[in-house]
Design a protein around this ligand. Structure first.
Ligand code: AMP
Ligand code: MG
Length: 489
């Protein structure tokens, strides 16, 4: 049976050939499905059975088909990794298979872990099952949270060995996105002196993803403004759910403002502004509270690549606007999280002081906002018990803060019932905590993929409490404190 994937040649192939190489995925032996995303298939205008019941599609999406048509490609990019420029990175283990247009949107299909490419450097082009489960589930969890992200259509595995700290097994994620272009793609063209290709790449993105920029006096400046704004909104969204990316190198920054490259990410369990989720990040460059600053710095790297296209002063002006754009997006998200309906100039301070009062109290970030929803307006009323129970350290500063918060609620005549409903619609009850992933990964290593499916189903709608997922809403157990995620993938 031939494969039935609705793929056409990647639009990216219209770019100059310096930008990519044609590649051939390297087959894995006897691949099997680990996860199938039926919901995404349907969004893409596909019948899930048509995609997932065909053994040739399985081979195709594991990189193991005898032939690939259209011809897959890998693209080249550079990047600043931990602040240091690295000239040649690129899709070292990603194969862009082609595009589909179903569901009213053009989407690119990419296999991650399907073998070596000209950009693999000394690495093996593979991805292990553990990290692939993390990517598959977290991209879908982020989507469930309403946060812009690459998606995951399928996860295939094979018993072929992949060597990291120890022997593990291989897996391939089918990633889906409107575009996988990163800041790093521009950095490559700029820093290798291919300035004539910068407008070609920018025009490509404008044509396919930012058509409104065409009308502007300088479309390239408008393009940068849009990327900057989207990045501000993306990071505000991350901060609002306690998401730490872990490796915010410029090559992991999407030009479309999507969350991309799920590595040693983590959601905050207890609130700690200095939390570092990546074990290898000893300096805390990518700590939770650093993410907005890093995004700004990354945008400055990106802006410098547009110098041949946009006057320097205009780029600097735009960069200088970023902190405010971020703050506006962040404050709006946080206002909604604490249930405010009106805007006051002092809201930023109120929110900042709330977090200052939480620092050191070991309060679970996610559950805090769910329980905050049950605070009444009345001055002096005791805190709801489940909220008070979250504090493992002094709560005095928080009790003081609650007084101000209640004053603010009364001033806008907040109705406690409708406020709780509103808050629960924006504050997730479930996030993809590392220990939940660990459990699913352990079971998957033993050939049982049911927990992956259960987590996926839960995270598709993380706001609605459901009895069958009660265990996912609990505070992490003691042993989870020791989980440490490295870059190894
Ligand atoms: P990352 O840290 O995952 O964002 O990857 C940084 C760079 O290393 C990118 O160019 C990746 O394609 C490449 N890379 C990471 N892991 C591998 C691997 N196992 N094989 C080939 N290239 C890899
Ligand atoms: Mg990367």
């Amino acid at each position: 049976m031939p494969h039935t994937l609705p793929l056409t040649a990647p639009a990216v192939c219209s770019l100059p050939e310096t930008f990519y190489s044609r590649i051939r995925p390297e087959p894995l032996a006897q691949p099997y499905w680990v996860a199938q995303n039926h919901a995404l298939a349907a969004e893409m205008g596909l019948r899930p059975s048509e995609i997932f019941d065909n053994p040739d599609n399985l081979l195709y999406l594991a990189g193991s088909a005898p032939a690939y048509d259209p011809v897959p490609i890998a693209t080249v990019y550079s990047g600043h990794q931990f602040g240091v420029y690295v000239r040649q990175l690129g899709d070292g283990r990603a194969a862009l298979l082609g595009d589909s247009t179903g569901g009213g949107q053009r989407r690119e299909w990419q296999l991650k872990g399907a073998g070596k490419t000209p950009y693999s450097r000394f690495a093996d082009g593979r991805a292990v099952l553990r990290s692939s489960i993390r990517e598959y589930l977290c991209s879908e969890a982020m989507h469930g949270l309403g946060i812009a992200t690459t998606r995951a259509l399928a996860l295939t595995g094979s018993n072929d060995a992949v060597y990291r700290e120890e022997a593990e097994t291989a897996a391939v994620v089918t990633r889906i996105a409107p575009s996988f272009i990163r800041f790093g793609h521009f950095e490559y063209l700029y820093h290798t002196g291919q300035h004539h290709n910068l407008p070609v790449l920018a025009d490509f993105l404008i044509e396919h993803h930012f058509p409104e920029c065409r009308e502007a006096d300088n479309p390239y400046l408008a393009f940068f403004q849009t990327v900057s704004q989207r990045t501000a909104e993306l990071i505000a969204a991350w901060q609002s759910v306690g998401f730490c990316h872990g490796v915010m190198n410029t090559d992991n920054m999407s030009a479309l403002g999507l969350t991309i490259d799920y590595g040693p990410f983590g959601f905050l369990d207890h609130y700690d502004r200095r939390h570092v989720c990546n074990h290898s990040d000893s300096g805390g460059r990518y700590a939770y509270n650093e993410q907005p600053y890093v995004a700004h710095w990354n945008l400055s790297r990106f802006a410098s690549c547009l110098l041949p296209l946009v006057p320097e002063g205009a780029l600097i002006d735009e960069l200088e606007r970023f902190p405010e754009a971020f703050q506006t997006a962040y404050t709006a998200k946080m206002r909604a999280k604490i249930g405010l309906q009106t805007e006051e100039k002092t809201d930023g301070e109120l929110i900042g002081d709330m977090f200052a009062a939480l620092q050191g109290s070991k309060v679970d970030f996610t559950l805090f906002f769910r329980h905050l929803a049950n605070v009444g307006n009345t001055h002096g009323e005791p805190l709801p018990q489940d909220l008070a129970a979250l504090f493992q350290g002094p709560a005095d500063a928080f009790v003081h803060w609650i007084g101000r918060y209640r004053g603010r609620l009364r001033a806008e005549n907040s109705n406690p019932e409708t406020r709780a409903e509103r808050m629960n619609a924006v504050n997730p009850l479930y996030v993809l905590r590392n220990y939940l992933l660990e459990q699913a990964i352990e079971q998957a290593k033993n050939g049982d993929f049911r927990e992956i499916e259960r987590l996926h189903r839960c995270m598709q709608n993380p706001f609605e409490a459901r009895r069958e997922f009660a265990d996912f809403a609990e505070r992490p157990p003691e042993w989870a404190g020791g989980i440490c995620v490295s870059c190894s993938s």
